[in-house]
Write a protein that binds this ligand. Structure first.
Ligand SMILES: Cc1ncc(COP(=O)(O)O)c(C=O)c1O
Length: 445
């Protein structure tokens, strides 16, 4: 039998197994998640689960990196797939008994390449940071120069923080955003690239709210002979849903996360062309990781199928529409929104025009049940202090959009944020009243 014919028959056998189990009323595998067992055995941790589940449903979850993954993804994560050791890749494992989980990884890779239009996908990285580490391991040598967004302007820890392997092992040069507009200045990045001749240029950010011009990065990189590494941990789900441009045609390597807007399990992935496939695979395993977590790999497959469905495209576009509405409404409430708005799920805003610093703001919002982050703001709202970097709020609309909230609710959220910042005593009850209309898991009570 040819490889394709054998793969097809394995897919069919797996589907038939599931249908037969459903017919026999035995659709739950032995070892499927059993909360009652946890409750009996370990009430302390059962209580943690109950508490966290209630907390997530009882407030506004505006952390830009978070989302509510589906019950199907959660079912795979908590399954006996997590028991399986599977070092290596499908068909070439260091452990026996991998024939079933091999199928899960093959399906995940097929779905990922189809979803993102990439020639190759590695779905094993345990996290976004692991994906970036693998990209560096594949393309760089210790001591190489790398150009990336500086951390105070929105770079991630893996983009050269001295507290991270990246800053320790490579020579990072930071680029920033234009102080007037808050936007990337591609001429300035080109000038830096010409001066420093980096081996790689990283594009991607934890807080930049605008689309990135990947073609411009590729042009700059080609001029100086550098690789482009696109770290799209944040917009990966928007890219999957067609609501943000794709770096795949331009970047040599694309790193991402499968949680955040993509709404899958916590984890990472790497995309690249066929010519770098082997280097990337070797950089993930055995260079930077051991055995793949097969429950997470299979859960990624489920998330990729969800993201390929038309409903996910609608979701991704609604995430952006909601973020734009929320950014506008926050500005109407007196906050200064960086770059004047957003193209993505993510907003950063300065609270100082309301005479509240970011840390105090986050505390007041938390007290009202509104959960979000602070982040460095490269452009301050008050021009005189522009050169003094300060913190602002960072928030996103991925989770509230999954809950079914739309633009009217974004307007309401901005009102609630303003009320909480004023320490209006009604903000907690009003937040609760809003979120209880949109339970994250409506069928689960
Ligand atoms: C741009 C960027 N890269 C990498 C990461 C790391 O992802 P993880 O927390 O899964 O390691 C993040 C996480 O927020 C990110 O925003």
């Amino acid at each position: 039998m040819s490889t394709t014919a054998s793969a097809r028959s394995q897919h069919k056998a797996a589907e038939e197994r599931a249908r037969a189990a459903a017919r026999d009323g035995a659709a739950r595998p032995a070892g499927a998640p059993d909360f009652d067992a946890l409750l009996r055995q370990d009430p302390e941790i059962a209580g943690v689960l109950l508490g966290e589940s209630a907390r997530q449903a009882d407030g506004l979850q505006l952390i830009a990196a978070e989302n509510f993954t589906s019950p199907a993804v959660l079912a795979v994560l908590g399954s006996p797939l997590g028991n399986k050791y599977a070092e290596g890749y499908p068909g070439a494992r260091h452990h026996g008994g991998c024939e079933i989980v091999d199928l899960a990884e093959r399906i995940a890779v097929e779905r990922a390449t189809a979803l993102f239009g990439a020639e190759h996908a590695n779905v094993q990285p345990h996290s976004g940071s692991s994906a970036v580490l693998a990209a560096y391991a594949a393309l760089l040598r210790p001591g190489d120069t790398v150009l990336a967004m500086s951390l105070p302007h929105g770079g991630h820890l893996t983009h050269g923080s001295p507290a991270n392997f990246s800053g320790r092992w490579f020579d990072f040069v930071g680029y920033g955003v234009d102080e007037e507009t808050g936007r990337l200045d591609y001429d300035a990045i080109l000038a830096l690239a010409r001066t420093h001749r980096p081996r790689a240029i990283v594009c991607g950010s934890i807080s930049y709210p605008r689309h990135i011009d990947y073609a411009a990065f590729r042009e700059i990189a080609d001029e100086v002979g550098a690789y482009v590494i696109a770290d799209v941990a944040h917009p990966m789900g928007l890219i999957a849903g067609g609501a943000a441009p794709s770096p795949v045609p331009y970047a040599h390597v694309v790193c991402g996360t499968t949680h955040k807007v993509l709404r899958g399990p916590r984890g990472g992935m790497v995309l690249c062309g066929a010519e770098l496939a082997e280097r990337i695979d070797r950089a993930v395993f055995p260079f930077t990781q051991g055995g793949a977590q097969m429950n997470a790999v299979a859960a990624k497959a489920v998330a990729f199928a969800e993201a390929a469905a038309p409903a996910f495209g609608a979701y991704a576009h609604q995430v952006v529409a909601n973020a734009r509405r929320l950014a506008r409404a926050l500005a109407e409430q007196g906050l200064t929104v960086s770059t004047g708005g957003t193209d993505t799920h993510l907003i950063t805003a300065d609270t100082t025009p309301l005479a509240v610093d970011a840390r105090t703001a986050r505390g007041r919002l938390a007290a009202a049940g509104i959960v979000l982050d602070t982040c460095a703001l490269p452009c301050a709202a008050v021009p005189d202090t522009r050169t003094a970097l300060r913190n602002g709020l960072r928030l996103g609309t991925a989770a509230v959009t999954t809950q079914g909230m739309g633009e009217p609710e974004m307007h309401r959220i901005a009102e609630l944020i303003a009320a909480a910042l004023r320490e209006d005593g009604t903000a907690r009850a009003e937040t609760r009243a809003l979120v209880h209309r949109f339970p994250p898991y409506p069928d689960r009570g």
